[in-house]
Design a protein. Structure first.
Ligand code: URA
Length: 241
């Protein structure tokens, strides 16, 4: 990919464009071993080697972050009243236009994917691509066999919307269940269980695609995803299921 040198430095080093320009004018920057003074030259991010003070930069076009969303934090980019998922990660990525790819309710916890890659977000959220999402819920009345079957057949919400086939696996205590969805409708789990007068006490997302959130990632903590981890999210995305 071709990009301007100052933009490349700003994104790779998480510094402002003005600071990137200063580095260039102070002769701190070389491209393929040659000192450069002009900020607007175009470089190829795949083949050109850019060094700042002798240290080679690696450029990432986009970032992908797994956050364990704590309760009370909203899945938005900005909010007047509440802390957002972006507030929790933005200090480390000051030059990125980050947003959450998919939402969890304010009261829900667990895996939220944050990125600046709009196409990727669109792809994993599109109902056409069926990327599964797995949740653990605790509920206020037992999940019966009737509910299990209805999830499989497709639940019709109170407003008449028919949900795609989903999986609910009750645990032995009857009040905890694993749920796997292939679409993302607002308050989907609460509304699906609400049809059976089952209230949700807690809702925690553990998995997107086939990528599990590590058990030791504490609420509020986040990690940057590797290409291998990303491929666990997109696995099977383009196959019919
Ligand atoms: N379904 C819900 O009802 N809430 C969530 O946060 C996610 C899925």
């Amino acid at each position: 990919m071709q990009t301007r040198l100052d933009k490349f430095i700003s994104e790779s080093m998480a510094v402002s464009r003005a600071d990137a320009k200063k580095l260039i004018s102070k002769s701190a920057v070389t491209v393929n071993g040659q000192a450069v003074k002009k900020s607007d030259i175009k470089i190829d991010t795949e083949t050109d080697e850019v060094k700042v003070n002798g240290k080679a930069l690696t450029h990432e076009q986009f970032v992908y972050i797994m956050l364990n969303k704590p309760e009370g934090v909203v899945s938005a980019s900005a909010d007047k009243n509440d802390v957002t998922v972006i507030d929790l990660v933005k200090d480390e990525f000051p030059r990125r236009n980050l947003f959450p790819a998919g939402r969890l309710d304010k009261t829900s916890t667990g895996f939220v994917l944050i990125t600046d890659d709009g196409q990727f977000a669109h792809d994993i959220l599109s109902p056409k691509h069926h990327v599964p999402k797995t949740y653990i819920v605790t509920v206020d009345s037992p999940v019966t066999d009737e509910v299990v079957q209805a999830f499989k057949d497709g639940v019709t919400l109170a407003d008449g919307q028919l949900m795609k086939s989903a999986t609910i696996i009750p645990y032995d205590d009857g009040y905890t269940a694993k749920i796997i969805l292939h679409q993302g409708v607002y308050h989907q789990i609460k509304r699906m269980l609400g049809v059976f007068d089952i209230g949700v006490n807690t809702l925690h997302r553990t998995t997107i695609g086939y990528l599990d959130m590590p058990d030791d990632l504490q609420p509020g903590e986040y990690i940057k995803l590797t290409p291998e981890q990303l491929s666990e999210i997109t696995k099977d995305m383009f196959t019919e299921n």
